[in-house]
Design a protein around this ligand. Structure first.
Ligand code: ATP
Ligand code: MG
Length: 334
């Protein structure tokens, strides 16, 4: 099977073609146009601006032949239907519907978070089930148990800000540009993670929920009271506090669920310290559990992961009507 994937849920416009050959997933194409520079001037993503950009980029991609005009060789179309920004999602959804209808190909509606999880299936070694998934992105922070393909149970999630959102907001407090995650981790390389003892929110709450808004406030208060702290020390200490909570809760889930594998994915999974800390803890405390994280180029939003998740759904015959599909900004996984 060869599937076209479309992703426009936030500020990346992406189309991809993925096929399955001898049980391996092949990324034949993954075109990505980032709008980060456009939104950076506003300090965050402006939905209407994102939608306008998506619309002009998808037509440019078509003109360049990145989307086959007649659908030849494509067996199905997969599109991100949610969660995300409604005006942005709609561009991809309407494009997917139009192509599927015109080409007379089946249409698959993909949950963006499911796409992030499936980004690790491009690696040589596929995760075994059950898998504990730590999904950390700009809009979500969730611990999920995956018992099989397409089977998700939510263990816990953030009660306020997502981890990526906290990185972005703390970066702003420190005068670093948007998106803040990579900037914080870069600054943190030169800082002391033990310089400031920031709170580890909900670390011992007994459940699997997270909270990052208090940590962000702690950084703001500290900044006001100790203006002489270096940006590097604040970044390193904040990053350490955020990672400590993420890893502690994931390890708690590992002890309870006894999974065969752990999947780390989403934009924040690009964070090297987070990867190394979680992998290290697993090697120490649960060496039988395999660790999976996407290649760095697939940590952020991309259509390849949407195509792969869509391909799995297509194999199960989970199609939607191209005339009636609507974008769902609050689409849930479990
Ligand atoms: N090295 C890093 N360390 C920490 N955070 C990072 C790093 N690289 C990227 N991020 C963060 O990842 C987030 C973007 O991830 P992603 O694109 O998956 O989010 P999104 O698509 O906006 O949200 P969602 O997937 O929840 O809809 C941003 O908040 C960014 O700051
Ligand atoms: Mg995303």
């Amino acid at each position: 099977m060869r599937i076209l994937g479309i992703e426009t849920s936030c500020d990346e416009t992406s189309v991809a073609i993925v096929s399955e050959q001898d049980g391996q997933f092949v990324m034949e194409k993954n075109e990505l146009a980032s709008q980060v520079k456009i939104h950076a001037q506003y300090g965050g993503v402006v939905p209407e601006v994102a939608a306008r950009e998506h619309a002009s980029i998808v037509f440019a991609l078509m003109e360049q032949g990145q989307i086959p005009h007649d659908g030849e060789g494509i067996d199905a179309v997969a599109v991100t239907a949610g969660p995300g920004l409604v005006p942005a999602l709609r561009i991809g959804v309407e494009l997917g519907k139009s192509l599927a209808w015109a080409w007379k190909k089946p249409l698959v509606a993909v949950n963006h978070l499911e796409g992030h999880i499936y980004s690790v299936w491009f690696e040589q070694l596929a995760p075994l089930f059950p898998a504990v998934c730590l999904l950390v992105s700009g809009g979500h922070t969730e611990l999920i148990v995956m018992r099989g393909h397409g089977q998700y149970e939510l263990l816990g999630m953030t009660r306020d800000d997502a981890a990526g959102e906290a990185f972005d907001k703390v970066a702003k407090l420190l005068g670093l540009p948007y998106p803040g995650g990579p900037e914080i981790s870069r600054a943190a390389l030169k800082g002391n993670p033990a310089a400031i003892d920031f709170p580890r929110p909900m670390m011992h709450s007994g459940d699997y929920d997270f909270s990052f808004s208090g940590l962000k406030t702690a950084v703001r208060v500290r900044r006001a009271e100790h203006p002489d702290d270096t940006v590097e020390d604040v970044a390193a200490s904040f990053q350490q506090a955020a990672i400590d909570t993420l890893v502690a809760k994931t390890m708690k889930a590992v002890h309870q669920v006894q999974p065969a594998s752990v999947i780390l994915s989403g934009g924040v999974s690009a964070n090297r310290l987070l990867r190394e800390t979680l992998h290290g803890q697993l090697t120490d405390k649960a060496p039988e559990v395999s660790f999976h994280a996407p290649q760095l180029s697939l940590t952020g939003d991309n259509a390849a992961m949407i195509a792969l998740a869509g391909l799995m759904k297509a194999k199960r015959g989970e199609f939607v009507d191209p005339l009636t599909l609507v974008a769902d900004p609050n689409m849930r996984l479990a």
